[in-house]
Design a binder for this molecule. Structure first.
Ligand SMILES: Cc1cc2nc3c(=O)[nH]c(=O)nc-3n(C[C@H](O)[C@H](O)[C@H](O)COP(=O)(O)O)c2cc1C
Length: 173
């Protein structure tokens, strides 16, 4: 798909069909995440791919009862790994770069999913400890985003934006 068309068409999808997502498509989504830039090329993040219904249910509960998380056939859980970045970048790596690396990787994954005609929604509202527990994450990893992915069962209208002219200040504040 033309990149500008992809940006125009991507929507947050919160209703999913029951059909499973093809393993090749999941692989393509993960490869997109892997291709994202990262601080010092350290890729200070981990991704957990969840298919099991019981784990998806735990994630939905952790996400404050957002049930569509359980209804999507796949949920990717993106974790920042501060320790992977702090070795080279110290406090800035630990506090910032791990979060940014995980965020960019998730954004790439979301765009690739849309490119494949799959639906997804970025979920940031969750109890971090519950998410970590649901996927048995080791101490030190911080969950940044859940990305439920599936075949879209809705076609939402575009949501409003501030507009390019309003998000930019020319030459400074
Ligand atoms: C950091 C972040 C956190 C979000 N958290 C949630 C969430 O917890 N639940 C949800 O339904 N949508 C969540 N969203 C999706 C936004 O609501 C959505 O992207 C926004 O309304 C714009 O709509 P669009 O994605 O269709 O363009 C989140 C998006 C971002 C970037």
């Amino acid at each position: 798909m033309e990149f500008s068309t992809l940006l125009d068409r991507r929507r947050s999808i919160r209703a999913f069909g029951k059909a499973p997502v093809d393993d090749g498509e999941i692989q393509a989504v993960l490869e997109a995440a892997d291709s994202a830039p990262s601080a010092g090329d350290l890729q200070a993040y981990e991704v957990v791919c969840v298919k099991r219904a019981d784990t998806r249910a735990l994630l939905a509960t952790a996400a404050l009862g957002q049930e569509f998380v359980a209804e999507a056939p796949i949920v990717l859980v993106f974790f920042a790994d501060p320790a992977r970045s702090s070795g080279r970048y110290g406090r800035r790596g630990a506090e910032l770069y791990g979060l940014q690396d995980a965020t960019i990787a998730c954004a790439y994954a979301q765009l690739r999913a849309a490119d494949l005609g799959l639906g997804s929604v970025w979920v940031g509202a969750f109890d971090e400890a519950e998410v970590a527990r649901a996927v048995r994450a080791p101490a030190g990893l911080r969950p940044v985003a859940l990305l439920p992915i599936g075949h879209p069962a809705e076609s939402p209208e575009p949501t409003p934006r501030r507009g390019a002219a309003n998000i930019v200040r020319k030459e400074g504040f």
